[in-house]
Structures are given as C-alpha cells and as structure tokens.
Ligand binder design. Structure first.
Ligand code: FMN
Length: 184
C-alpha cells in the first residue's frame, strides 16, 4: 500500500541516534531533488546546500559548529549531514519581512519528509554558532546558515541523551487545532 503524505507527516519525529551505515544508493539524490522542487517567493530559490558524506569530515564538523558543551554533538555519528544555507542576494523582502528563511525552510522540510518516506531520520538544528560555522566553511559573505540536519537511518534504541532532549522539549505534544486556527 502506498504511504500517504499524511502518514509521513504524522509519523516523522526528530532522530538523534544514528546507525552509521551510509544512505542507500540514490537516496541523497532524491532528497536533494525534493528540496530543489520547492516553491519560493518570486521563484528566487535562495537555498544552497552543503552536503557532507565523509564520516571523518562529519566528525570534524561536529567539533566546529560552535556548540556549547555536548549539545547536538550527536550529529557526529550520522552518515550524511546537510547544512541549509540561503543566498541573501536572492532574498525577497515584502512587508518588512525577509522571505529567504521561509523559502529555505520549505525546501529543507520537503527534503526531510522525502527522507522520512525512505526511512531516513533527520533533526532540524538551530543550536550552532553561525559565526563559527560560517568561518569554518568559508562561506560567501551573502550566505546565511539557516539550519543543519543529520540524515541517516535511526538506531533501534534511543539513547539517554535523545530521550532527555525530546522529553525536555515535550516533542510529542502539539497544540490543539482550536489554539491554532481562527475562523472568520
Ligand atoms: C528550527 C528548529 C530548530 C531546532 N533546533 C534543535 C536543536 O538545535 N537541537 C535539537 O536537538 N533539536 C532541535 N530541534 C528539534 C525540535 O526540538 C523538535 O522538532 C520538536 O521538539 C518536535 O519534536 P519532533 O521533531 O520529534 O516532532 C529544532 C527544530 C526546529 C524546527
């Protein structure tokens, strides 16, 4: 039976414990294609992705994201890591709002859902120092780093750290529809 988009959306959860085995052939290409196809303000497509698949480089990167303490250090075990950036030269500003963040978030979430359909887990990460990471990656001045995510197959068992983080964040809870919607 075909998985529906709602099955993918409702079953997705952040994964922080990764099996180090590499992604299946073609999986990364499919994930990147899902990001490429995203809509964007004036179709400016500001997203830029830096992809790591070399375990040694991923471990090195995990030490250079400017994280405090051990937070998010779990990314070191993932077989693939993607840094979602946006070229602000492609930004559209309307009503005093910069849309590069919206555009890049849509594209990255499409990649995350596409990955999940293939059994590949991810975790949006914002707890990094953009300054430290941009310097480490030697990014162009017009690029912002929007988020990072590991991509990999979840381990069978959740570790203590990931259990604690999801409990702390109340990750399974969502607001009720009534708090979210105003019908007029
Ligand atoms: C923009 C954004 C930033 C996040 N940053 C982090 C982070 O730095 N570290 C982390 O462990 N989880 C991070 N998360 C994951 C959230 O904690 C998680 O999505 C939320 O608790 C809901 O849980 P779920 O993804 O398992 O459904 C982030 C999520 C988003 C959308």
């Amino acid at each position: 039976m075909k998985t529906s988009i709602m099955d993918i959306i409702s079953s997705r959860h952040s994964v922080r414990d990764f099996d180090p085995k590499p992604l299946a052939d073609g999986a990364l290409d499919a994930i990147l294609e899902a990001g490429r196809l995203a809509p964007s303000a004036q179709n400016r497509q500001p997203w830029r992705y830096i992809v790591f698949t070399d375990p040694a480089k991923i471990r090195e990167l995990a030490k250079n994201t400017g994280l405090v303490g051990l937070s998010n250090f779990f990314i070191k075990d993932a077989p693939c890591l993607i840094i979602a950036c946006a070229d602000t030269k492609k930004n559209v500003r309307i009503n005093n709002q910069d849309y590069y963040l919206v555009d890049t978030a849509i594209s990255f979430q499409q990649m995350i859902l596409c990955a999940w359909e293939m059994g590949i887990g991810t975790c949006w990460l914002a707890a990094f120092s953009e300054k430290v990471l941009a310097k480490y990656l030697d990014l162009p001045k017009s690029w912002r780093i929007v988020a990072i995510s590991p991509f990999g197959y979840p381990k069978d068992q959740k570790g203590l750290y990931s259990k604690a983080v999801s409990a702390f964040a109340g990750s399974t809870k969502r607001q009720v529809i009534e708090d979210m919607v105003i019908y007029r």
